[in-house]
Design a protein around this ligand. Sequence first.
Ligand code: SAH
Ligand code: SF4
Length: 421
Amino acid sequence: MNVYDGQRMAELLGANGMTAAVDGADADLVVLNTCHIREKAAEKAYSEVGRLRREDGSKPLVALAGCVAQAEGGEAKRRSPMIDMVVGPQAYHRLPEMVAQAVRGGRPVDTDMPAISKFDAFPTRRRANPSSFLTIQEGCDKFCTYCVVPYTRGAEISRPEKDIVLEARELVDAGAREIVMLGQNVNAWSYDGRGFADLIRALADIDGLERIRYTTSHPMDMSDDLIAAHAEVAKLMPYLHLPVQSGSNRILKAMNRSHTAETYLAILEKMRAARPDIALSGDFIVGFPGETEEDFTATLNLVDEVGYASAYSFKYSPRPGTPAATMEDQIATEIMDDRLQRLQARIIAHQVAFNRASVGKETEVLIERRGKYPGQMIGKSPWLQSVHVETDATPGDILPVALTAAGPNSLTGALLTKAAA
Ligand code: SAH
Ligand code: SF4
């Protein structure tokens, strides 16, 4: 989402007469977009800000943006004299005005979460990657006990369907072949009585849009209608990122996750019935307060049971202001390190198995960028695997490919026929 936000801020500043600096060191303005999900985010941001001072003592205008800005507010100006603007994630539409104030010597701070939508202020999309992000939903009302998102991104809000479809059309006109819908709880999207599956079907009607993806989902919002869409909508890619966090029901309860290991597995079973080849992904936290070896073993067992195609895992990071930060039995770092290593080894083993099982398949690859070697291009399979192909095709082409070899992080593919001109 920060990548999407960064693009939108750049476009907004562009519409206000600014151009991207060729070299960051020459920039008149630096916008530092930050994430606050895990520890040390603020420290990292301040040390980055410090590095923006030039050798001759001069400095660019500096805007601290994102969730660290939201959390720090005016305090950021006190902590670093380098910072000229502090702009929270719901106030980006005010950035041009804030820059104008800063040019006049002001030091504006805006961490409001106003009722008016920042999206309305963003200009028409004129540039797009073959695979483009599109934020459709922001914020979270779920309040998992470890998580800062409900505090930094605010309450769950969904963008209107017509705005989303319009932006998707603009992206496709600008060259996007795939749209990745984004939200902290993307599958909780609902607007005017329409649900997320309806939105997927509306996007699928856009000519020229070939692939639809979304991230990140919450198990509680995996409706039957959404699962059915995976069976029915050909453009919806066979990939689901569905964080579970832990395999232990005791820990899930302490996390306030509102699902159990069993209800989570039941959702995946329904999903596999609807779309047998679906690639599954998830998020895990190790070392949540009170996590025993037995709880952790339940997590490893769940990983084995699901057989993830990929997954992200993190050490629990206490976030000030969240309930878990003051829970008893915080876990020692060495134990967390050990569990993270064991979990990641298990995940990688499944990832390798998934990739190996893809070898021999004939499929389509969306070309996204140039590879390391001349003539080599890198794209994505429907299952979100990186595939290296030798071809003279260009980014945005969708090529028929036979998957011939697999490593842990990517596959090799051979072109089946010449790309359609
Ligand atoms: N809304 C999504 C997740 C958004 S945050 C969901 O509920 O699934 C992305 C991931 O960061 C989470 O899934 C979680 O695994 C991780 N995360 C969030 N807070 C964390 C914390 N305090 N410590 C470690 N990992 C955390
Ligand atoms: Fe954070 Fe996701 Fe839980 Fe919301 S649902 S509080 S974003 S982990």
